[in-house]
Design a protein around this ligand. Structure first.
Ligand SMILES: [Zn+2]
Ligand SMILES: [Zn+2]
Length: 404
């Protein structure tokens, strides 16, 4: 155990290192921002981050979990305990870095480089995880499934937003493709010989409209028809739709998914069309479960940096993130720091501008500092990591997280 002076020296050293790294980090952040790459194609961003980490003495594993643009970089004196800091770097199709993942990438890089500066004094290991394809591709879903997080004791990631919120949540989400196979026929001359696949889709859609009245408020079921047939004089033999099914927790989201399946099966029975029900596995984003011990530490660090944390308990409409899947297997936090005024929505041109602005850079640096300090605490104050893990174990016992 360190004396309080020794601890303060290390904490101050991290802050000094990050102030010194600021120009280099800002440059990396701008480079990624102006070269947006979408899910699983983040070749330049992942290569740049891995190279920077290697340059500064990290041991880098590339193509982790058989994903071209995933990596893990390690530093420290011993393999256990391991604290992970996660980076995302994928952009959105068409509108670039309108979710600010360039800042997430650089904050993780910065925290890693600062911790590398004191690595010899750390009784454990720091792992910087490069995680691709958050925007729909489920990079972390695949990485969790393939065991990339085995041996990690705690994980954190920062996301840009419009307020400083440490205990935000996200919805568990699943996408499903439904396909109905019918029988083509002349729509006027021999409709009785046809089986209308489009009716299968429409009946499903209408059954969902009735079902929605009887779902919990947090549930969301939305769909689009992706193929509705070819011509009005042919009974459609093929029709398809994609639905997104979400709820505040995985258990209820799965319950809604089964209700949705019954709606589609009912439509198949009613129409005589054959149903193909395809869950898109990497789209299964679990809800984020915030570890309160880690959240408390992170909040203290933000306050040390002079930031105000939103404790109003008011949470704006939540989306979904594959960090949820990490939080289901390891104690985790997914805090948000403001880079734009309230009312600016993520996934807009305005948010993309914010992600490239000086305010964005400032939030990125604060996030890097808070993550570096939180990691320091978890490694040099073993009772804190033990508490975080105990809380996680208690949630696992209640079935509220899955565990590794
Ligand atoms: Zn996004
Ligand atoms: Zn995002």
């Amino acid at each position: 155990m360190l004396s309080s002076t020794e601890y303060e020296n290390l904490a101050n050293r991290l802050l000094e290192l990050l102030d010194r790294l600021q120009p280099e980090l800002a440059e990396v952040s701008r480079t990624i921002h102006s070269n947006p790459e979408t899910a699983y194609k983040e070749y330049q961003a992942s290569a740049l981050l891995a190279a920077k980490l290697e340059e500064h003495g990290f041991q880098v594993e590339r193509k982790v979990a058989d994903l071209d643009t995933a990596f893990v970089a390690y530093t420290g004196t011993q393999a256990s305990p391991t604290v992970a800091i996660l980076a995302e770097y994928d952009a959105l199709p068409g509108i670039g870095h309108a979710c600010g993942h360039n800042l997430m990438a650089t904050a993780a890089l910065g925290a890693g480089l600062a911790l590398q500066g004191i690595a010899r004094q750390l009784p454990g290991r720091v792992a910087i995880f490069g995680t691709p394809a958050e925007e729909g591709g489920g990079g972390k879903v695949v990485m969790v499934q393939r065991g990339a997080f085995k041996g990690v004791d705690a994980a954190m990631i920062f996301h840009p937003a419009t307020s400083n919120l440490v205990d935000g949540t996200s919805l568990a989400s699943t996408r499903v493709n439904i396909i109905f196979h019918g029988q083509a026929s002349h729509a006027a001359a021999a409709p009785h010989q046809g089986i209308n696949a489009l009716d299968g889709v429409i009946q499903t859609y209408n059954a969902i409209n009735a079902l929605r009245q009887h779902l919990r408020d947090d549930a969301r079921v939305m769909g689009v028809i992706t193929n509705g047939g070819h011509a009005a004089n042919i009974v459609p033999e093929y029709a398809s739709a994609q639905f997104s099914i979400r709820a505040a927790d995985r258990r209820y989201a799965d319950e809604v998914l089964e209700k949705f399946r019954r709606c589609a099966e009912g439509a198949a029975l009613a129409t005589g069309a054959r149903l193909e029900f395809n869950i898109i596995e990497p789209s299964r984003y679990d809800n984020v479960v915030t570890n309160s011990v880690m959240a408390q530490i992170f909040t203290e660090k933000l306050e040390r940096l002079g930031l105000k944390v939103d404790r109003s308990g008011i949470k704006e409409g939540a989306g979904s993130t594959d960090m949820g899947n990490v939080s289901q297997v390891i104690p985790s936090i997914h805090p948000y720091l403001a880079i734009a005024p309230a009312g600016v929505s993520l996934h807009t041109d305005a948010f993309r501008e914010a992600a490239g602005s000086a305010r964005g850079q400032e939030a990125m640096l604060n996030a890097a500092k808070a993550m570096a300090l939180t990691t320091l605490d978890l490694l040099v104050k073993p009772h804190l990591l033990a508490q975080a893990k105990q809380e996680f174990a208690a949630l696992a016992e209640k079935g509220l997280v899955k565990g590794l």
